[in-house]
Write a new protein. Sequence first.
Length: 218
Amino acid sequence: MSMNNFVDRLHRMDSCAVSDAMDKLGLPGSVTGLQRLSTDQRIAGRVLTVKLDRAEGRTNTRHLCTTAIEGATPGDIICVEQRTGLDAACWGGNLAIGASARHVSGVIVEGPARDIDECRQIDFPVFARSATARTARGRIVEVATGEPILIGDVIVTPGDYAIADASGVVIIAAAEIERVLEAAEAIVAREEAMAQALREGKPISQVMGANYEHMLKR
C-alpha cells in the first residue's frame, strides 16, 4: 500500500483514536503537552527531523530548518527538537512562509516557537512546547537534519508518521503504520456506533458500559 494512502487514511481520524490504537497495540507514540498555537487545523503526514543544540561559540552555515524545508515534499511534517533549556525559538514566521510555499503540512516543535501571530495569519500549523519572542541567533544551532530525534519521550525517525490536533501529538513508526491504522479505524467505527446510539436516546451508562470498557482490550 502506498505512503500517500496511509496519509489519506490518517487524515480521516483524530489523535485520540490513533493514541487509543497505539495503546491497544502496546506501542509508544503519544506526546502530551505540545500546544497547537497558530491554527485550528489537524495535520497528518510523513516526518522530516531537525535537531538543535546550544551554540556555545558555534555558528550555522545555513539558517535553522531551511535544509528540511527545501527537502520537504508536499504534505510532510517537520519535527524539531530543541531541548537545550534555553528560551530561544527554533521556528518563526519566515520559516513558516517558506514551508507553506513548499506545501509542508505543519511543524511540531519540542521547544519554543515564535512569530505565532504571523503563522496564524497564513494559517500555518505550529505545535510547540511553548511560545517566545526570543531569537535563536547566538543561542542555538542546527546539529542534524534527517536524524532520529526525541519529541516528548518518543523517538522520531525520518519517514515516520505523525498526527497532531488540539488533543495532542502522536508519532507512528513507519514499520507500524498499517496495523496502527487498522486498529484506529476499528476504534473510530466503534465510537461512531456508540455516538449514534447516544443520539438515538440509549442510556449513556448502557452505551459506555457495554462498549467503551472493552474498546482498548487486546
